[in-house]
Design a protein around this ligand. Structure first.
Ligand code: A3P
Length: 329
């Protein structure tokens, strides 16, 4: 096992603080959504989490010590996590997947594990997580290229996230959710969906996007120019020896159509847990599917919440309200 660095693991608890700029003030336990209407979430520290994410594991992550060569792929659920994981995995392996290894084995889902387990993983570790910024293991001093772990944050139009998460939540038996889109719209907008408020989540990383060990990219950028994003990720990970031909392979193998039939990346192993007739993991993979689901009133309501939050925090992505997506650099 590789040697561990001595990086400090104290957590930046800023977003737990009600006075933090990123705290979504509209989210409160009294927001009017009764717990029994919600999917079967686990609750920890006032936020909802998927049924497979256990509070004791979340609690144990407070003791998680980062290593200088750790890479974290961080996202809010349904924002293109698997897409980014696949790109990172291919880049780190010369454009190839490692035999038949499913992506969840190559880049494990951090918060499904207890820290005692995570501590045993061999370096260099690459991990995926959906945790809000303040819960992600990080060293006390983040902005250091040489000795800090790296964090890639992928974000997506929240309206497309909400739609994708609605189908995901309906699909899996474990969520026990039978509500309709209208129900889920309010759950999401009120910060009651898994991992809490999308606004708070994005804000925590967006405001640190200039750190040398943080890379923020958007799903919309990936759709617009995948090659450019793949090159950006390679350079961020200091993969100096990646050739043009490897980049070409990574781009080709990361397309929606290629990943959909790649058994190491397409989550077909989860199909056994999906309710019959529900959508597969590779559902649509599009920008703007929200327009097929939001009513005009919901679009207005969402815009208003978005603008209010953005105005209050100041430093927040250019509004997704226009539907144009954002550039992160
Ligand atoms: P949809 O449900 O809108 O189709 P995550 O990995 O964070 O759970 O995100 C899943 C979403 O990303 C799904 O969105 C899925 O189709 C989309 N996705 C995954 N790989 C993709 C790719 N290569 N290109 C475009 N979209 C992709």
């Amino acid at each position: 096992m590789a040697e561990r660095s001595s990086s400090d693991s104290s957590l930046a608890l800023s977003e737990s603080d009600p006075t933090s700029p990123c705290t979504d003030a509209s989210v409160s336990p009294t927001a009017g959504l009764e717990q029994e209407w919600l999917p079967n979430y686990n609750t920890y520290d006032g936020k909802n989490f998927p049924p497979l994410v256990r509070p004791e594991n979340l609690d144990s992550l407070k003791r998680c010590k980062t290593r200088s060569d750790d890479v974290f792929v961080c996202t809010y659920s349904k924002s293109g996590t698997t897409w980014m994981q696949h790109i990172v995995r291919l880049l780190k392996n010369n454009g190839q997947t490692e035999s038949d290894q499913a992506i969840v084995n190559v880049i494990p889902f951090l918060e499904e594990y207890h820290v005692d387990n995570i501590d045993l993983w061999t370096s260099p570790r690459t991990m995926k997580c959906h945790l809000p910024h303040h819960m992600v293991p990080q060293p006390s001093s983040m902005d250091e290229t040489a000795s800090s772990p790296k964090y890639i944050y992928a974000m997506r139009d929240p309206r497309d996230v909400a739609v994708s998460l609605f189908y995901h939540t309906r699909a899996f038996e474990k969520y026990e959710f039978t509500g309709d889109w209208n129900d889920f719209f309010h759950i999401f907008l009120n910060g009651k969906a898994e991992y809490g408020s999308w606004f708070e989540h994005v804000c925590g990383w967006w405001q640190r996007r200039h750190y040398r060990n943080v890379l923020v990219v958007s799903y919309e950028e990936m759709q617009q120019d995948l090659r450019q994003v793949v090159c950006k990720v390679a350079s961020f990970l200091n993969l100096a020896n990646v050739t043009d031909s490897v980049i070409d392979q990574v781009v080709a193998k990361s397309s929606f159509s290629a990943m959909r039939v790649d058994k190491t990346a397409n989550y077909s192993w989860d199909d056994q847990y999906r309710r019959p007739g529900h959508v597969p993991f590779f559902r649509k993979g599009q920008v703007g599917d929200w327009t097929n689901h939001f009513t005009a009133e919901q679009a207005r309501e969402f815009d208003a919440v978005y603008r209010r939050f953005a105005e209050r925090v100041g430093d927040f992505p250019e509004c997704y309200c226009s539907g144009a997506g954002v550039a992160t650099s």
